[in-house]
Design a protein around this ligand. Structure first.
Ligand code: ZN
Length: 190
């Protein structure tokens, strides 16, 4: 019976969407709210994201929160036992092992909040995101505004022709587009 063991409150929450949709801001909002309630947090990001700072999750409007850059998702399993909430930014850049790590943490009783791009620049599901969304208790899709027509944007259109999946987001490299404008841009790029 539940009364005979310590109830655990672990879960996985996914915040996802295109570039400039406010994913990181939403992650930071949830982490700040937890901190305000004196819940100990730990925040991580893949070491690949060295855009601004080694030690911070930095959103585009530069509200920031300290984070640890890591190579391997398994490093998250070394958190202090009193950490109640784990945040992960740019989670799409990790390999699929991040899914098991998030599950392990959640099963231990940790609230795991991950933020990432749900699709790559071709509109394909990005890395571990589909699996994370499947096992998560809660998924929130956030949207940017299409720069061409003003509809809700669900896609990150790459403005240069690089085929590299990992080109980090700067305003002159990506633009958010809705489905219709994204499909038009794919036709133009052929
Ligand atoms: Zn549009």
């Amino acid at each position: 019976m539940i009364a005979e063991r310590e109830k655990k409150f672990g879960c996985i929450e996914v915040v996802c969407g295109s570039m400039f949709s406010g994913k990181t801001e939403e992650l930071i909002r949830r982490l700040r709210r937890a901190q305000f309630a004196n819940q100990k947090i730990a925040t991580f990001k893949p070491v690949i994201d060295v855009r601004y700072s080694e030690e911070e999750v930095v959103s585009h409007d530069s509200h920031s929160i300290c984070s640890k850059p890591i190579q391997n998702p398994a490093e998250m399993l070394d958190i202090d036992p009193d950490v109640k909430v784990v945040g992960v930014d740019e989670v799409q850049f990790f390999d699929n092992s991040v899914v098991d790590v998030c599950q392990t943490l959640a099963n231990r009783g940790v609230r795991v909040i991950v933020a990432g791009l749900d699709q790559d620049y071709l509109g394909k599901p990005f890395g571990p995101m589909p699996a994370l969304m499947a096992v998560a208790e809660d998924v929130q899709k956030v949207h940017a505004i299409c720069v061409k027509c003003g509809c809700l944007a669900n896609h990150s259109h790459r403005l240069n022709r690089s085929k590299d999946l990992v080109v980090l987001g700067e305003k002159d490299v990506y633009e958010p587009l809705c489905r219709d404008c994204f499909n038009e841009s794919l036709k133009e790029n052929k």
